[in-house]
Design a protein around this ligand. Structure first.
Ligand code: FEO
Length: 402
């Protein structure tokens, strides 16, 4: 049975949520599920903006059929060709054989790559700034390459001032009744997942997101319709400001993220001594994780949030403890920059992890490694305890600088 939400008099949400999928993109845990948003505009012509993932196809088609109420579907706009939004395209074309597909030249190439379909004759190719009138509504198409794939574009309804923003401004998390950001407590219940989504999905593409923000700044936006998560119709500036910070790798908060990789608990002990001293010094905005326990996507997300990062790692096979190496490489892959870091290493006979972590951090843009590496030989002894306190004092002074 359909589950549709009206957004305006002629704009409808026809998406669906999935709470069964364990990992988004088979890579990121989504314990709160994910929504796949799709939208219909009923005008003299009917327009569908994007489709959904295959797993929720049945719900989506029920919703679409209900909203169309017997009308033909004239256009489907494909803002993004990733299969979480277009896996249902083949079935859509089977059900609505007269539908015209609106996308850019790269969209058309990707349709050919994902499907055995010849859609050239029904494809309407658009480029930057092109418009499509459907009666009362006029849609303008703006390219948003690499937010999150090269073919990504966004669509602006000039009539109702609605921006269909593709992956931008999306979040992990299934819809639980509330469709609009003002129907949920976004700051309390969604912001962490919005950050984790941003950091991991588009975090690498800061300059491209900046370009999109520049285009959005020239538009009057009454409603913001992303492909995942809540729809925005109030206080849109809250999320725009977060995107400004995230896309420029500007820390949201002065505070310290401590991530440790510990085999027998001694490296963890060092991290906890450091954290305690930081708190005593007044730095209470702290987060600490065991890198072997917490999925890297959460750590990458907090690295986008905090101004300071501490990596504490055992030496393993003469290298960095593997889960720690995975995390740090993930930071590098997401181009994390503009941070201050500190390093703690451990090794019973030949500690190496500190040097290697330092090299890795220093190969990233504008990461300042503070102080000397605190080096443990198996466990924390008096000299290392003192070194940890000294490092905490230096970190605290740096965190509290502004
Ligand atoms: Fe939600 Fe890049 O797909």
């Amino acid at each position: 049975m359909y589950c549709v939400r009206p957004i305006t008099a002629d704009l409808f949400w026809v998406g669906a949520s999935d709470r069964r999928l364990a990992q988004f993109e088979n890579a990121y845990p989504i314990p709160r599920g994910i929504s796949y948003n799709a939208y219909v505009v009923l005008d003299e012509k009917t327009v569908l903006l994007d489709t959904v993932d295959q797993t929720v196809g049945d719900r989506f088609f029920e919703n679409l059929e209900h909203v169309l109420d017997g009308r033909v579907l004239d256009y489907v706009v494909i803002n993004h060709m990733e299969p979480d939004h277009c896996a249902a395209l083949g079935e859509l074309l089977r059900r609505y054989p007269a539908v015209q597909i609106v996308g850019n030249a790269k969209t058309l190439t990707m349709i050919g790559q994902f499907f055995d379909l010849d859609v050239a004759e029904r494809f309407v190719t658009v480029k930057e700034g092109d418009t499509l009138s459907t009666g009362r509504h006029s849609f303008r198409f703006l390219m948003a390459p690499m937010v999150h794939w090269p073919e990504t574009m966004i669509t602006y309804d000039e009539t109702e001032k609605t921006l269909f923003s593709a992956d931008a401004f999306g979040t992990f998390g299934a819809q639980s009744g509330g469709l609009f950001a003002d129907e949920v407590d976004f700051q309390r219940d969604w912001m962490d997942e919005a950050r984790r989504y941003y950091a991991n999905i588009v975090g690498k593409y800061g300059p491209q997101v900046q370009m999109l923000l520049g285009k959005a700044a020239k538009l009057e936006i009454r409603t913001l319709c992303p492909l995942h998560g809540p729809v925005w119709r109030r206080e849109i500036g809250l999320l725009l400001e977060k995107y400004r910070l995230w896309s420029t790798w500007t820390p949201e908060e002065r505070g310290v993220l401590i991530v440790y990789g510990s085999v027998y608990g001694h490296t963890q002990n060092a991290a906890e001594i450091l954290a305690s001293r930081l708190a005593e010094k007044g730095v209470t905005n702290l987060a600490m994780y065991d890198v072997s326990v917490t999925h890297p996507s959460y750590l990458v997300s907090d690295a986008f949030r905090f101004s300071h990062l501490v990596a504490a790692s055992a030496t393993y096979n003469m290298g960095i403890f593997p889960p720690m190496e995975t995390f740090l490489l993930d930071l590098k892959a997401h181009a994390l920059q503009n941070r201050t870091a500190a390093v703690i290493e451990n090794g019973t006979w030949a500690p190496q992890s500190g040097r290697l972590i330092r090299e890795l951090l220093e190969s990233m843009k504008n990461i300042t490694v503070l102080g000397d590496t605190v080096s443990l030989h198996s466990s924390v002894k008096d000299p290392q305890r003192q070194a940890l306190c000294d490092l905490a004092d230096a970190l605290a002074a740096d965190v509290q600088q502004q």
